[in-house]
Structures are given as structure tokens and as C-alpha cells.
Design a protein. Structure first.
Length: 468
């Protein structure tokens, strides 16, 4: 119903659109070259259709974003908000004739306040840039997606991104206190607060987090910060089976430990990382579990967790001696998805999150699916959260292998729901998982979400075709 209200602009409309945009925006902020606009067509997801933008706009101010939305509303032109386009679900993919609204030029850190423990930032700030900036003030911004050197805070907010440290510190949504949002008609709305507490009215801030730009354009965010923790130390534990590694995860959490990181790499992933970066990870292992603590005495915590790993069947437990060795192990984990892509050239990265108690069942099921479809599927996981990333490796030039890859991807999502999980823990729905969102939340849930969309975007011009 929403999509039917939008028509791609005709050539004469496109000319009018560009003229209207340039009436307020500087010339360098409005890109129309076909080769340039085509490069903004999609994010990093496979099997997601993408159109060609009529124009790419790179605003630097809130007022410029408001102008874009006023023009888009008047001319009924769809707008696709974009950050660094590192997403993995097609959430930033263009539709034909749209305005691709890239917010990467709005990249200022406006404030870092050590007393209130907040940072105020524009949406184009790179995650790693923010993390390093607040570190200089003795503060810590925990969300750290694997793409943290490239991804933007605005994109993280749009997808409710996670990261390696979520097991202790939580995901992006838990750090967004307030937002400035440009609505579909160009009005500016502020949500939330910058105080430590606040419960006035509906929590519209959380509504925008994870909305994938379908309800409004985030132009400023107030983010909560934590005191900078001590340097973490990492432990690597080898297991002869994935089941034993998953049992260790459950034992660690049941014992009350609070690791700053608890990650799992299966043997396929370990071999892929070694093949890409020659890191010397133990290829004899069936599963490698990484645990980290940033407590006052991390060595003692690692020793306790190491004992639990050995009791669960670990064949070797190796604690890092210092921060440098710890960072090397974490770098191996961060390279996992890049390394798996190099196996066949193309990947489909799933994002299924299950209860921790079903983690072993999830990984065993993925192994069966890989055998069924005769595919290489590596799994890396935020094991402490139950958030798995089964990664299907395939040759995109092989039609049969591509078909099997897509079918296996869907079967993995079905498995996650069967185990009481969710189709996405941190990557979002985008285009890739629209059908599966409907299956997860049911017809009444879809109806209510569409009703919310209708309130904020009655013309359906904001990131159309995403979510549902």
C-alpha cells in the first residue's frame, strides 16, 4: 500500500528535482553523474535488489536535510538514507529514481561531557573515531561492530547494531539517550533526553533505533558513555567439537561470570582467517572460543573461565600475557567475515540469535544444512549473546551454487525461529529478510508496524520497500 504511492520520477521530473535541490544546497552536495550515483545503489548484502538513484545528496547541515525532505515530499520522491553502506541486509539499497541521502559529511563530534557522561554527535561520525575521541577523556563508548573502522553512528542507530562487547555492555540501542530527527515532511523533532533518567511520554527514541531510516532521518544523537575500563585480557580455548565449546559458553554464563567478550569461531572460520592473514591459529581445533575480561584482575577471571573450559572438554587453554597479544586474538575474530568472503568470492551472512541454551543446537543444525546443500558455511558468533553469524560461501557466477546458497540461508533462518530465536540480532531486516520478519512477528505485528510507519511517513517516501 505504501509502495503504490511512489512513482520513480520521469526525466523531466528528475531535472526539476535536481533544480529544486540545488536552489538551497551547494553544487558539490548534489551528485548526478550516472557513474557516481550508481556507486550509491547498494550496501554489502548479497541477493538484494537495488535500483538506481536519480540523485545523490551529501548534506552537511540539518537545514540542508530539511530542505531535501521538503522537496521530496512536494515532488513525491522516495528518499533512501545512507551511512557508510557497510550493512548486510540491503537496508541502504536505492530504489529507482530515489534521492540517495548520504549523511557521511555530517561527521562532527559536537560535545563530549565527562560529567554527564554523554557524547553528542552527527550521524556521519565513524564508530572508531568516536571511540578513540571519548577514550581521551577517560570514557568508553562500547558498541563496536566488526566494521567499526568504517561504519557510522547513524548507520549503527538505523540497524541497532551490536558488536563484540555486547555480552557485557549491550547493543547500540542501550546507549542512545536522545535524537534529533528530520521527519518526512521536513519538520525537526527532538526525542529523549541527556539526563541519566527520564520517562516523559512514549519512548520515541527507541522507536527510531533499528527503524532503518523508514521513520525519519537521524541528524544528531545524544549517546551515553561509560568510564573507560582497564585493558582487557583475552583467553583462547580450543575444543574438539562445537558442542563442547557451546557447553562451555553455557557453563561460563551459568557460573555468573561477566566477560567483556565471549566469541566463537568454528574450524571453517579458523582456516579461512589463517588463509587470509597467516595468523597461526590452531587449525586442528573444531571450535575456538575467545573470552575476555576488563576487570580489575582479568588474569584471575581468565583462570576461572579457563578451568571451566577445561571441564567442558577444552583440549588447550591459552591466556594472553598482555594487551598486545589480546588484540592479536581479537583481530583474528574481526577478520572472520572478510576471510570467509575470500573462500569463494561471495558470502551471505546470516544473523540469527538464539537463546544461549540452544546455541549448540543452532551450530549443529547449520552443519547439517551445509552438508545438505554441499556448501561451505563458516560460523563465527557472539557466543555470549547467542548471536550467530553463519556465513554461506559461494561462487556468484555459478547459478546452481547461488540457488543453493539462498535456500540454505533461508533454512538457517527457519532453524533459528524453530529454536526460539530471532532472524536478526544486529544486522537489521532491510530487503533481505522482509519475508522472515512477517513470519517472526505475525500478521498482527506487521499490521501495527505498518500503522506506525503510516503515522510518521504517510506518503511512504522514506526508505520504501524495506522491513515489510
Amino acid at each position: 500500500m505504501i509502495m503504490s504511492r511512489i512513482e520513480a520520477p520521469r526525466d523531466e521530473q528528475t531535472g526539476n528535482l535536481v533544480d529544486r535541490l540545488r536552489a538551497v544546497l551547494p553544487a558539490e552536495a548534489v551528485l548526478t553523474d550516472a557513474d557516481v550515483t550508481a556507486s550509491y545503489a547498494h550496501d554489502m548484502a548479497s541477493f538484494c535488489p537495488a535500483g538506481v538513484p536519480a540523485v545523490v545528496v551529501l548534506p552537511r547541515t540539518v537545514e540542508q536535510v530539511q530542505h531535501v525532505m521538503r522537496v521530496a515530499t512536494e515532488l513525491r520522491v522516495p528518499v533512501v538514507p545512507q551511512g557508510a553502506r557497510t550493512g548486510l541486509s540491503g537496508g541502504a539499497n536505492a530504489t529507482d529514481g530515489c534521492i540517495a541521502l548520504s549523511l557521511t559529511k555530517m561527521d562532527r563530534i559536537l560535545e563530549i561531557n565527562p560529567v554527564d557522561r554523554v557524547a553528542v554527535v552527527e550521524p556521519g561520525v565513524i564508530n572508531a573515531t568516536l571511540s578513540r575521541a571519548v577514550n581521551e577523556h577517560g570514557l568508553y563508548y562500547p558498541p563496536d561492530p566488526s566494521s567499526w573502522e568504517m561504519c557510522t553512528v547513524g548507520g549503527n542507530i538505523g540497524t541497532a547494531a551490536g558488536g563484540l562487547c555486547c555480552v557485557k555492555y549491550g547493543v547500540t540501542a542501550e546507549y542512545v539517550l536522545g535524537l534529533d530527527v528530520v521527519l518526512a515532511d521536513g519538520r525537526l523533532m527532538s526525542t529523549g533526553r541527556r539526563t541519566a533518567k527520564g520517562v516523559a511520554g512514549y519512548d520515541l527514541t527507541r522507536l527510531f533505533v533499528g527503524a532503518e531510516g523508514s521513520l525519519g532521518i537521524v541528524v544528531k544523537a545524544v549517546l551515553a558513555l561509560k568510564p573507560k575500563p582497564p585493558e582487557q585480557l583475552v583467553l583462547a580455548a580450543e575444543f574438539a567439537s562445537v558442542t563442547a565449546a557451546c557447553d562451555a559458553v553455557c557453563t561460563i554464563m551459568e557460573a555468573g561470570h561477566v566477560p567483556s567478550l565471549l566469541e566463537l569461531m568454528d574450524s571453517t572460520t579458523v582456516r579461512a582467517v589463517n588463509g587470509l592473514a597467516h595468523m597461526g591459529l590452531p587449525e586442528t581445533t573444531e571450535a575456538l572460543l575467545l573470552a575476555a575480561f576488563d576487570t580489575a584482575d582479568p588474569a584471575a577471571d581468565l583462570a576461572a573461565v579457563g578451568a571451566l573450559c577445561e571441564a567442558a572438554g577444552a583440549t588447550q587453554v591459552v591466556p594472553a600475557d598482555d594487551a598486545a597479544e589480546s588484540e592479536l586474538l581479537l583481530q583474528a575474530r574481526r577478520l572472520s567475515l572478510t576471510a570467509l568472503e575470500a573462500v569463494k568470492g561471495t558470502t551471505m551472512i546470516d544473523d540469527v540469535c538464539v537463546p544461549r541454551t540452544r546455541l549448540g543446537d543452532m551450530l549443529a543444525g547449520v552443519e547439517r544444512i551445509a552438508e545438505k546443500y554441499d556448501l561451505t558455511i563458516g560460523v563465527c558468533a557472539h557466543a555470549g549473546d547467542g548471536n550467530t553469524h553463519p556465513t554461506v560461501c559461494f561462487d556468484a557466477a555459478d547459478p546452481d551454487e547461488s540457488r543453493r546458497a539462498r535456500e540454505s540461508f533461508d533454512e538457517i533462518m527457519a532453524l533459528g525461529l524453530e529454536l526460539g530465536g530471532t532472524i536478526t540480532g544486529e544486522h537489521g531486516v532491510g530487503v533481505l529478510k522482509k519475508e522472515w520478519l512477517a513470519r517472526e512477528i505475525g500478521p498482527v505485528g506487521v499490521e501495527m508496524q505498518r500503522a506506525v510507519k503510516q503515522v510518521f511517513d504517510p506518503l511512504g517516501i522514506l526508505n520504501p520497500g524495506k522491513l515489510f
